[in-house]
Design a protein around this ligand. Structure first.
Ligand code: HEC
Ligand code: HEC
Length: 241
């Protein structure tokens, strides 16, 4: 079902692709794609405002840190992050194009949240995992790294607030060990079997591995459901506490 709709979408996008950009201009890459036609226009999936297509699981890129975006594109190229749609697109971008498009997305609006809720989270909910963690399984609260409201911290910890729930859950699942058993021989270590294995020091792999599927859905829904605001974000909020 999922594969079918992806293939359909890719065919559709190929049929409607626009003339490639000449120089590595980040905004032009978003709108028209890279110099290699396989690097399709980012806006077709990530939205004309860069805010993603949450119901399709296409993530928001607007306002993500430039070095985080560039890292992800290099990780797709190297296969440290596996995804049937993004790997061919990232592989078709030059290093120069990656840096331009990453800077162009970083210059777009960062996610901001409406006044933070001060309610004490209820144990067993997504809000509880986000704000309290599950220390019985050595899972720290997500906000300790992703910022108090999930707005992200510095350039290494991406925002989770306002991101697509489908996308967030898919990433947590991708960090769980899940490649086919037949592939096991190729991989020396257990963590090499995960579809996403690009996190520094295995920080996220350790966390995802110990979350249940129900907890993954709940915490993804929680961050996706945080009410976002169109007011510009105060940069002081994006630093470590
Ligand atoms: C055909 C749809 C499609 C197009 C076109 C597309 N993307 Fe994506 N993109 C995706 C999907 C799906 C994901 C989520 C992949 C995953 O689950 O790992 C994604 C993820 C990403 C991520 C990771 C975001 C994060 O928070 O880690 C980056 C960065 C990205 N895309 C950049 C781009 C750029 C730059 C372009 C244009 C050159 C582009 N994408 C074009 C579908 C697309
Ligand atoms: C110890 C620090 C740390 C903690 C705690 C942490 N994360 Fe992360 N998380 C990271 C880092 C670092 C990355 C970026 C990895 C990379 O470079 O791809 C990340 C990335 C993610 C992503 C991918 C975002 C994207 O745009 O692709 C998701 C989803 C995520 N974390 C969810 C969670 C959840 C849910 C929790 C709490 C259960 C959590 N994280 C707790 C460090 C942390």
């Amino acid at each position: 079902m999922r594969n079918f709709s992806y293939k359909y979408l890719v065919t559709l996008l190929c049929l409607t692709s626009i003339a490639p950009a000449t120089a590595a201009d980040g905004n032009s890459i978003m709108d028209n794609g890279g110099s290699n036609p396989a690097a399709m226009a980012c806006v077709s999936c990530h939205g004309s405002d860069g805010k993603g297509t949450p119901e399709s699981g296409f993530p928001r890129l607007s306002g993500l840190p430039a070095s985080y975006i560039a890292k992800q594109l290099h990780d797709f190229q190297a296969g440290r992050r596996e995804n049937a749609l993004m790997q061919p697109i990232a592989s078709a971008l030059t290093d120069e194009e990656i840096s331009s498009v990453a800077n162009a997305y970083a210059a777009q609006a960062k996610v901001n949240v409406a006044a933070a809720s001060v309610d004490r989270p209820v144990q067993g909910t997504g809000a509880w995992i986000a704000q309290r963690g599950a220390w019985d399984r050595s899972i720290p609260e997500c906000t300790s790294c992703h910022g108090p409201s999930g707005l992200g911290v510095g350039s290494a910890f991406p925002p989770l607030a306002g991101q697509s729930a489908i996308y967030l859950a898919a990433q947590l699942q991708a960090w769980k060990v899940k490649l086919a058993v037949a592939d096991k021989k190729r991989h020396a270590k257990k963590q090499d079997l995960a579809a996403r294995r690009n996190d520094p020091n295995g920080l996220m792999q350790h966390i995802a591995a110990d979350l249940t599927d129900a907890e993954i859905s709940a915490v993804a829904e929680y961050f996706a459901g945080i009410e976002v605001s169109d007011e510009p974000v105060d940069a002081a909020k994006l630093r470590l506490r």
